[in-house]
Design a protein. Structure first.
Length: 210
């Protein structure tokens, strides 16, 4: 319990047992003033002081949370989080948070610095074909997966069809469009469709997503 001298306003800490032993009479060690202690008033004063301290702590906490929220909003709208997400722990936190909030992280586009490493065509019967290969993100940030366009051409080189495949259609295994296209990893793709027919020529290109 803290008590305050009415003359010099010095503050001291004491305990209830010592106060009872001295019949709630105390002597200030600074100015030597002897004065009685109103226990009820002191408890009220102590409670008020504690309330003020708690109020200050809550205000500081609210300011910190507001600053964190503002920083998060800036990172979200500028999509700067895509650079931090190249770190696996950061990306895991972002994806877990998005899952808890039931939202999809808008990885940035249009896609830049993405290249096709290889592609090959395999006939699968019934005049159909399948194209397999891999793509790589060579940027320094996590990006959205691109759309893959396949142009079919005839024996004279003239295009006869343009087919588009989204990430959800060509990704397999551990790779998912919602997790973003991580730099430095060769991601395999498989293109197959009832409209992907055998043709004299094939051209595989990447289309940027807005």
């Amino acid at each position: 319990m803290e008590i305050t001298c009415p003359r010099c306003e010095s503050t001291f800490a004491t305990d209830g047992k010592a106060l009872r032993e001295h019949h709630y009479q105390v002597k200030c060690s600074v100015c030597q003033q002897i004065f009685p202690i109103d226990v009820t008033a002191e408890h009220t004063r102590a409670g008020s002081s504690l309330g003020r301290r708690l109020g200050r702590l809550l205000l500081i906490l609210a300011i910190i949370l507001l600053i964190i929220a503002l920083i998060g909003q800036v990172l979200w709208w500028t999509r700067s989080y895509s650079y931090a997400a190249t770190s696996a722990p950061v990306r895991r936190v972002l994806l877990n948070g998005a899952e808890q909030l039931d939202i999809t992280i808008p990885w940035p586009g249009p896609n830049k610095d993405i290249r096709i490493l290889n592609s090959q065509v395999t006939p699968v019967g019934d005049h159909l074909a399948r194209i397999t290969g891999s793509i790589e993100n060579v940027a320094n940030q996590v990006q959205a997966y691109p759309v893959i366009e396949v142009t079919l051409s005839n024996a004279y080189g003239a295009p006869i069809a343009h087919l588009h495949f989204t990430a959800a259609q060509y990704l397999r295994g551990e790779f998912h469009a919602s997790a973003g296209f991580v730099p430095g990893t060769a991601v395999p793709f498989t293109l197959s469709s009832p409209t992907l027919t055998a043709a004299a020529g094939y051209q595989v290109t990447l289309l940027s997503r807005p």
